[in-house]
Design a protein around this ligand. Structure first.
Ligand SMILES: [Zn+2]
Length: 449
């Protein structure tokens, strides 16, 4: 676990600083000094005070959770093996409550959280950044956090985290959203290439100077992660977030083999990354291409579909199926506990408009090249090229596509998706398409000078 800190560029402060300190504590005592002098916002900073003298990862273990109460008052209890620091806050539209914790090893009974009670419709949990875990509660309506506290072990009971919710009307709910209770969600950028590196002096320190790498950057974006599982099949045995991560890493390895391109992953582990942050990674890397990897599922009773589909961005969805999918994929932030009201509104700018139009042309060109390659090796959807308003494809200056590898709701597709052989062939055709697209694009860019 500590090795995660080695290949991560940590951005932002607040909770992230706490995460940095936590990770630093796990690497060894000498590196814990650096970030401590940085300004750290009050609340989450206390998360850092987790003693870890042995220098080994000893994450607190959450062993059980339960809900009690009714639609007026609902209590959530999490059993732990040791007390933890935490922060609880509410979010509107949709109504949610979020608990941020230091990294916790969740060993909860399978399927827990899918059925709610009282004010809680459902809850999820998972890693939200290295060193930070999160529990997200979907509420049945507006509710306020009446109390939240941690109990020490007593009377044969383990240490417990307790959250008490009370029904509130919308006005009271909105008033309860103090500015400081807004989420500070600046997840780390998972920097794939540094994976083999040695531990840095300090996770917050600037990287050592080195010759600039001028190779074109390809950003691979495994969808979902952490609290956001994506689509599921087989009663939760199969999760989209795991499948697409494995696929994305295999694609990275294949592309990097040629040495021609630098690959940056938006995530390399089971961490939640907000959609806007995925776009930011593509933009900050001035990426030549952004490829988001997903696996779709049709809702029960809505027929059967099969095969891979390649999506590009458009204002108007190419068909209702594309619209449905964009709605599902765009829900990721709500699932992950991101405060959606913080989203900047899109600016109308003629220059951005021009760049966007050019980017769109390149995105569509890549989508066609990709389909041409993939159809030789992979079963494609009967309409394999579609478009809709995917938020993760909105970098105005980076050609972006989203690939749905198949339908986990289809038996044949699911067999493919979990097959090593299928993955190798698909990764091969995608790497080939990327090379064809970039070789052509770079040649054109070169001759234009
Ligand atoms: Zn997805």
């Amino acid at each position: 676990m500590a090795s995660r800190a080695n290949h991560l560029v940590l951005l932002g402060c607040g909770l992230l600083c706490a995460a940095t300190l936590l990770c630093a504590g796990m690497i060894g005592p000498s590196v814990a000094q650096g970030p401590a002098s940085q300004p750290v916002s009050q609340g989450p900073a206390s998360l850092a005070a987790i003693p870890n003298p042995a220098g080994v990862s000893t994450f607190p273990i959450a062993s059980d959770a339960r809900l009690a109460g009714d639609a007026r008052q609902t209590r959530f209890i999490l059993d732990l093996d040791k007390p933890v620091q935490f922060r609880a806050f509410a979010l509107a539209d949709p109504y949610r409550v979020v608990i941020d914790l230091p990294q916790v090893s969740f060993q909860l009974p399978a399927g827990i959280g899918t059925a709610g009670r009282g004010l809680v419709r459902a809850f999820r949990y998972g890693l939200v950044m290295p060193g930070g875990s999160r529990i997200v509660f979907d509420l049945t309506g507006p509710a306020k956090i009446a109390k939240s506290y941690v109990l020490e072990a007593a009377n044969g009971q383990p240490p417990r985290l307790v959250l008490e919710l009370e029904h509130a009307d919308r006005t009271a709910f909105v008033q309860s959203l103090a500015p400081e209770s807004r989420p500070e969600l600046r997840p780390a950028i998972a920097e794939a290439n540094a994976a083999a590196g040695t531990p840095p002096e300090s996770p917050a320190a600037a990287p050592p100077p080195q010759a600039p790498d001028k190779r074109p950057v390809i950003v691979i974006d495994p969808g979902h992660g952490g609290v956001d599982n994506g689509t599921q099949a087989g009663g939760g045995d199969f999760m989209e977030k795991n499948l697409v991560l494995g696929f994305g890493l295999a694609l990275r390895d294949r592309i990097e083999k040629s040495g021609k391109y630098r690959v940056v992953m938006t995530r390399t582990d089971d961490t939640f990354i907000a959609l806007a942050d995925r776009v930011k990674i593509a933009r900050s890397e001035a990426a030549a291409l952004f490829v988001s990897i997903h696996a779709d599922a049709l809702p029960r009773g809505e027929g059967d579909a099969q095969g891979a589909t390649i999506y590009t961005l458009s204002d108007k969805a190419s068909d209702s199926e594309a619209q449905r999918l964009a709605d599902v994929e765009n829900k990721s932030d709500a699932i992950g506990g991101v405060n959606l009201t913080d989203e900047p509104t899109e600016v109308a700018d003629i220059l951005i408009d021009l760049i966007q139009r050019e980017t769109k042309t390149f995105s569509n060109r890549f989508a066609r090249i990709l389909m041409g390659e993939m159809k030789n090796t992979v079963r494609m959807h009967k309409h394999p090229l579609k478009s809709a308003g995917f938020r993760v494809l909105k970098a105005p200056d980076v050609p972006s596509v989203l690939v749905e590898l198949g339908y986990v709701s289809n038996k044949g597709d699911l067999e493919h998706l979990v097959s090593e052989n299928w993955r190798n062939r698909t990764v091969g055709s995608m790497a080939q398409a990327i090379d064809t697209f970039l070789a052509k694009r770079l040649a054109t860019a070169g001759s234009a000078k």
